[in-house]
Write a protein that binds this ligand. Sequence first.
Ligand SMILES: *[C@@H]1O[C@H](CO)[C@@H](O)[C@H](O)[C@H]1NC(C)=O
Ligand SMILES: *[C@@H]1O[C@H](CO)[C@@H](O)[C@H](O)[C@H]1NC(C)=O
Ligand SMILES: *[C@@H]1O[C@H](CO)[C@@H](O)[C@H](O)[C@H]1NC(C)=O
Ligand SMILES: *[C@@H]1O[C@H](CO)[C@@H](O)[C@H](O)[C@H]1NC(C)=O
Ligand SMILES: *[C@@H]1O[C@H](CO)[C@@H](O)[C@H](O)[C@H]1NC(C)=O
Ligand SMILES: *[C@@H]1O[C@H](CO)[C@@H](O)[C@H](O)[C@H]1NC(C)=O
Ligand SMILES: *[C@@H]1O[C@H](CO)[C@@H](O)[C@H](O)[C@H]1NC(C)=O
Ligand SMILES: *[C@@H]1O[C@H](CO)[C@@H](O)[C@H](O)[C@H]1NC(C)=O
Length: 415
Amino acid sequence: MTRYGHNSSLCFYYLFLASLLFCYPIPMALSELSSTQKTTMINISNSLNSSVPWNINTQPNPCLWKGVVCQPPTNSSVIQISLSKSSLSSSDFLPIVCQIESLQSLDVSENHLTTIPSGFVKGCGNIHGLNLLNFSFNNLEGSLPNFVGFAVLESLDLSHNKLSGSIGLELDGLVGLRNLNLSFNHFNGSVPTHLGKSMVLQKLELSANTFQGTIPDKIVDYRNLTLIDLSSNNLSGSVPDRIGELSKLEVLILSSNNLIGIIPESLSNIKSLTRFAANSNSFRGPVPAGITKYLKNLDLSYNKLDGSIPAELLSTSNSNLQTVDLSYNMLQGSIPTIRSQSLVRLRLGSNELVGAIPSATLQSLMYLEMDNNKLTGSIPPELGSCRNLALLNLAYNRLTGALPVALGHLSNLQV
Ligand SMILES: *[C@@H]1O[C@H](CO)[C@@H](O)[C@H](O)[C@H]1NC(C)=O
Ligand SMILES: *[C@@H]1O[C@H](CO)[C@@H](O)[C@H](O)[C@H]1NC(C)=O
Ligand SMILES: *[C@@H]1O[C@H](CO)[C@@H](O)[C@H](O)[C@H]1NC(C)=O
Ligand SMILES: *[C@@H]1O[C@H](CO)[C@@H](O)[C@H](O)[C@H]1NC(C)=O
Ligand SMILES: *[C@@H]1O[C@H](CO)[C@@H](O)[C@H](O)[C@H]1NC(C)=O
Ligand SMILES: *[C@@H]1O[C@H](CO)[C@@H](O)[C@H](O)[C@H]1NC(C)=O
Ligand SMILES: *[C@@H]1O[C@H](CO)[C@@H](O)[C@H](O)[C@H]1NC(C)=O
Ligand SMILES: *[C@@H]1O[C@H](CO)[C@@H](O)[C@H](O)[C@H]1NC(C)=O
């Protein structure tokens, strides 16, 4: 105790001496940005739109400028720059940013930039620690730049731009690439398969482009994929059965393409898969029996699926199953028993289903649609015990009998 007290009073003594010597408090001395980086930051601020509040005269420490983060604890180098939503239309500042050798993250999303200058790709490719680049929501045009260097780049977000052309080897040098987002652009040609030689890719977002051809088998070589979104493209052919080998897959979205063939049964084996959407294609054949074993959300609507709904589909022991949409297909037979208590939304409308509506009390169910089928018999009174029901659509069937009084107990019903 005495020793501690002695040390700390000594410490205060030195602090006092130091502040006398330098005429300002110690923390300021530690927080000084290196003079080279300070000059570079001033140079960047001079090439930015006046709408960016970076001003060396009003705030002499660039580490305190809006969107700038310096390396703690000393703050002697810049590690993050965010110039999101800054009305930028000139890309002139970008090559200067690459002089910040300590930069780890650059976010220039939500501006009006039209180009990524070659000086940027060249300069920033040499920055050793750069792991995130966000150019989303700009007006970038032309083809994808060839990324050379960028040894540890993990996330590249070029989504919501006007980039076009096909993709070959431009991204293959990105050996650390984990998250790639090229969605909402005008890319064409086939789905790119050279996405970092070391194959560590985890999230692949390519939706809303005009990619065409088949889903390449090679995509399955990226063993660490957790998310694949290929929706709203012009893809044709069938889904490779090997896709079931992606044992870490969590989200698979194939919606709004021209895909044909069957829904691969192998998808039922992926324990981590929580969301699978393949709606608005031309898939045929049956709904795979075990497909809801692990899923939370399933959407197979607007296809040409036929056969009957597998008996266990809606009564699996999976307590995460929340939404199932099989509407607008050609499904036949009767509706199987429904026991999945976690179900929030069930859509079976516009099929060719026959038989009676199964009686079930489902406490979480909010949306139930079985309209436009050939269902017969009367409405089961148990539906009146699904107390969270907000929408119930049984229109255009062959139902008979009286409306159960119990439906009057549905206090949340809106439609
Ligand atoms: C470094 O910057 C952060 C955030 O601006 C600030 O909270 C911290 O006190 C600074 N550290 C030093 C040693 O100045
Ligand atoms: C800053 O800009 C000046 C003048 O444009 C230039 O001479 C200097 O090399 C630049 N310095 C840095 C560190 O970017
Ligand atoms: C600055 O913003 C204005 C208004 O958004 C824009 O017209 C101008 O082109 C911008 N200038 C630069 C250098 O980005
Ligand atoms: C890029 O910025 C957008 C908009 O600010 C944001 O929604 C998105 O999550 C960011 N991307 C990454 C990879 O951080
Ligand atoms: C692009 O995709 C990445 C990876 O999935 C994601 O983190 C990011 O938020 C997406 N960007 C936008 C603008 O949604
Ligand atoms: C892709 O689009 C470019 C124009 O952006 C066009 O020249 C090229 O022929 C297209 N390629 C394919 C395979 O459609
Ligand atoms: C996948 O991730 C693991 C663990 O993060 C890593 O060791 C491996 O190298 C990655 N790549 C492949 C292709 O499995
Ligand atoms: C979609 O692909 C087909 C060939 O599979 C082609 O004929 C058609 O022009 C493509 N549509 C668009 C919008 O690129």
